[in-house]
Unconditional design. Structure first.
Length: 221
């Protein structure tokens, strides 16, 4: 995957950008800022297309989270990135520093964090795609069951049958939740495996340097 998937990202309070990150030149920040000015203040998700790129926004509780991505990047993948950024930002600054920060004052501190989230999404796009698919299936099943229940109530269907349908919905939801947990656990093991490999390489390099300097394990001479 290419780092060029995500071009530019920011976090704003109202229309004031508090933190931004990009490694590219161009007019993407200016266009994103213009979109921000016209953005509805209600909690919602928005996507605008411009010049083979998408401008994706997540608005929640007076804060706007934005990422500009290549058009080839799926909307749901971009929104998954914004969800990660939102949770991290609220955890670090929510109810305090974020409420009083001035324009772009958090870029130096939070910009590298947004870069890390970009890399994480790119490195785990397959697993994230599976999680999004599970969520979509849950939503679809829920919608179908609610529609069936409404129709059943209109027909005066026996409440015992409705209870059976509700139990089936609960069972399917548990199955989907189990799949999501397994995928997240797999992602955690993969990350830990990479960290252990890196640690092993570092220890091996230290050992090689020690043997080279000391001509063996004895450095008393």
């Amino acid at each position: 995957m290419s780092q060029e998937w995500f071009i530019y990202s920011f976090v704003a309070r109202g229309t004031m950008i508090l933190a931004e990150y990009t490694e590219f030149t161009g007019n993407f920040p200016a266009i994103a800022a213009q979109c921000l000015q016209r953005l509805p203040s209600s909690n919602n998700k928005f996507t605008y297309n411009c010049d083979h790129h998408t401008f994706n926004f997540l608005v929640e509780d007076g804060y706007a989270y934005c990422v500009v991505a290549k058009e080839s990047v799926g909307k749901q993948v971009s929104l998954a990135f914004l969800e990660r950024v939102k949770l991290d930002f609220k955890k670090r600054y929510g109810g305090g520093k974020a409420d009083t920060a001035v324009t772009k004052s958090l870029s130096k501190e939070f910009g590298p964090i947004m870069k890390e989230h970009m890399k994480y999404i790119i490195d785990h796009v397959d697993e994230i795609g599976k999680l999004l698919k599970v969520k979509a299936q849950v939503s679809e099943v829920k919608s179908i069951m609610l529609e069936n229940i409404d129709k059943a109530l209109d027909r005066g269907e026996n409440l015992t049958i409705l209870a059976d349908k509700t139990e089936n919905l609960r069972s399917q939801a548990q199955d989907f939740k189990k799949q999501g947990t397994q995928i997240r656990r797999k992602m955690w093991y993969q990350n830990m495996k990479i960290k252990l490999v890196v640690l092993g390489i570092l220890l091996l390099l230290v050992l090689i340097i020690w043997l080279s300097v000391c001509n063996g394990f004895d450095c008393t001479n």
